[in-house]
Design a protein around this ligand. Structure first.
Ligand SMILES: Cc1ncc(COP(=O)(O)O)c(C=O)c1O
Length: 382
């Protein structure tokens, strides 16, 4: 009997009901509501990965990302997966076993970077500060001069706390001791300045589903020449085959060497999103997010919410992190907003779980009308 003739047992009956998705408004820290023009771009037909048009789209994405990151880095490209895949691309390629990896730890995502470093068997040393605060240049210098690490990691826009870390405070000190710097720009890119060249970030990464208002699943990475040169001297292969930056890059380089099958629709989405950034102008886009963020925080304070980040100068523009007024249950607020108004906002992560709310106004929801709508719905559920 050939395998084709092998008896096949009857598959058990299944019933998959239709699930119509209502027009939810995602006012959380990400994923954000996808821009309708990005949705439309994704309805285009699939292209093969060597189609000259697809390669042009890939090349345009690289140019758009260089502008959004504020960099001249040739090696600016996308990896498949969410922001954590890009984080792991940075850590697994550049943090080698036995290296001293200094992490500026003031939030949940800095902890994730540390965990990834430990999995690389690095000697991870952490500078811990209370969540919601940032590191000053003097503090960073003192820590770096004492530890003299090989490589440093920090989060520019810490989504778990709502704090923005000025890069140069850390990168100047790191470069003085010859360390490379990994900067997490997952939440900053496309909504507030990432500016990785000015900030001295050697290896930067981000995501698609926050400031760029795309679906999750394709994540930007940018690596400067100094870091690339160090990577080329790496003796041991990167443990991850899939996230090997050199193999990933070979697809974007002139030879376009096949590594994995990219998702055509996610490329279309990012291409359209980056054109939207270009059409609006990066600085105008930042200004829109800054203005709407101020409107959001002022409205939240009027309703009795307290910002987690005390210094307004250190707050993310497009993501408010707030403690609810006394007696208000944050989970109940989230549940009611979703049930009554199709609005999603988020609770806290880690040590902030159950204590704070994270409310974003990003991409298409970063307008005066959209923020006013959110505030009105919030006032109603309170
Ligand atoms: C600062 C930061 N880094 C990394 C990540 C991980 O990204 P993802 O959830 O897309 O894997 C997130 C997600 O919210 C984030 O906010």
């Amino acid at each position: 009997m050939t395998t084709h003739e092998a008896p096949v047992s009857e598959a058990p009956p299944v019933s998959i009901p239709p699930r119509a998705v209502p027009p939810r408004l995602l006012y959380g820290p990400g994923p954000t509501t996808i821009d309708p023009r990005v949705m439309e771009a994704m309805a285009q037909p699939a292209l093969g990965i060597r189609d000259p048009l697809f390669l042009e789209i890939a090349s345009d994405i690289q140019s758009g990302l260089r502008a959004a990151f504020g960099t001249a880095n040739t090696r600016t490209f996308v990896v498949p997966g969410s922001g954590s895949a890009a984080m792991e691309t940075a850590v697994s390629n550049f943090v080698e076993p036995g290296m001293k990896f200094a992490v500026f730890a003031n939030g949940h995502f800095a902890n994730r970077i540390s965990d990834m470093g430990l999995r690389q068997r690095a000697n991870v040393v952490r500078f811990e500060k209370p969540w919601g605060t940032v590191f000053t240049a003097a503090e960073a210098s003192e820590f770096i001069d004492r530890e003299r690490p090989d490589i440093v990691g920090f989060v520019q826009a810490e989504t778990s706390t709502g704090a923005y870390q000025p890069g140069v405070a850390i990168t100047d000190a790191a470069h003085r001791v010859g360390a490379l710097v990994i900067g997490d720009c997952v939440t900053s890119l496309g909504a507030m300045p990432a500016q990785i060249d000015d900030n001295g970030v050697d290896i930067a990464y981000s995501c698609s589903q926050k400031g760029l208002s795309c679906p999750a699943g394709l994540s930007p990475v940018s690596i400067n020449d100094l870091a690339w040169e160090r990577l080329s001297r790496r003796k041991e292969a990167t443990w991850s085959w899939y996230l090997d930056a050199r193999m990933q890059w070979n697809y974007f380089d002139a030879a376009h060497v096949y590594h994995h099958t990219p998702s055509a629709v996610l490329y279309y989405a990012m291409h359209r999103a980056l054109r939207l950034v270009e059409e609006e102008g990066l600085t105008a886009r930042w200004e829109r997010h800054r203005r709407c963020g101020l409107q959001l925080v002022a409205g939240l304070q009027k309703l009795g919410f307290m910002p987690v980040v005390e210094d307004p100068g250190h707050r993310l523009w497009h993501l408010a992190t707030v403690a609810p007024p006394a007696g208000v249950n944050e989970a109940a607020v989230r549940e009611r907003l979703l049930a009554k108004y199709d609005i999603e906002i988020a609770g806290g992560l880690g040590q902030f779980a159950g204590k704070i709310l994270r409310i974003g106004a990003m991409g298409p929801l970063s307008t005066e009308e959209r923020v006013a709508h959110l505030l009105a719905c919030l006032a109603a559920v309170l």
